[in-house]
Design a protein. Structure first.
Length: 219
């Protein structure tokens, strides 16, 4: 199964480091970031998990829940957490999904659905495609998919920036230009007619081309 932006995020029940969850129920009325790892005790992932713990208060401010997944059992995650705290200064302060039967990884298209067996005996290289970031909205639809190679640590500041953009565009009919940051000018969405745009932006907009209508970020 290949997931695309706009698809409903597959629901699942799983054990986590904070107890069992049913994913859609756990998300509730919040946004969510699910980010996955090919194996416990891997170096790049260790740095990512620690940084995400450090950044969690920023996601909390935006009503975004964080959840990690690694293709290993929960008791292994708990031991890994000690290493993450020791080396990164922060231990995971969000749930970590145990996926030893590979069920979530398969349901979310990170491993082939027909793959047999469990996580036991599999190496990080075997699971190298389990390196995704998914942003899920309160409607349980997938809003963002990022896939990283094992050799490249993820940029979670960028994920936070994208969340700001997604939440803004969900509230207002706007899009955000390249390298946009909170507070900067935005672009009126293409589906908004000029007549409708004038009602919302009576002072008008900058328009270097008819299809580019630039306005201050709505409050």
């Amino acid at each position: 199964m290949t997931l695309r932006i706009g698809d409903t995020a597959p629901d699942f029940t799983a054990e986590t480091t904070t107890g069992p969850i049913k994913f859609h129920e756990w998300v509730g009325d919040s946004w969510a970031v699910l980010f996955s790892h090919p194996k416990d005790f891997t170096p790049v992932c260790t740095t990512e998990l620690g940084y995400m713990a450090k950044l969690k208060p920023e996601f909390d401010k935006r009503n975004v829940k964080i959840i990690g997944l690694s293709v290993d059992p929960v008791d292994s995650h708990a031991k890994w957490s000690d290493d993450i705290k020791e080396t990164q200064g922060y231990a995971p302060n969000y749930p970590m999904i145990g996926d030893p039967k590979l069920e979530v990884a398969k349901a979310w298209g990170m491993l082939p659905a027909e793959l047999a067996g469990s996580s036991q005996g599999r190496t990080a290289a075997d699971n190298q495609t389990v390196r995704n970031v998914f942003v899920v909205g309160p409607d349980k639809k997938i809003k963002l998919i990022l896939v990283y190679p094992m050799s490249c640590g993820r940029n979670f500041d960028e994920v936070l920036r994208v969340v700001d953009s997604l939440q803004l565009s969900a509230k207002h009919k706007v899009s955000t230009p390249v390298n946009w940051k909170q507070g900067e000018d935005v672009i009126i969405a293409g589906g908004v007619s000029d007549d409708d745009a004038k009602k919302q932006y009576p002072s008008g907009w900058k328009s270097p081309k008819p299809y580019i209508r630039i306005v201050p970020q709505p409050k």
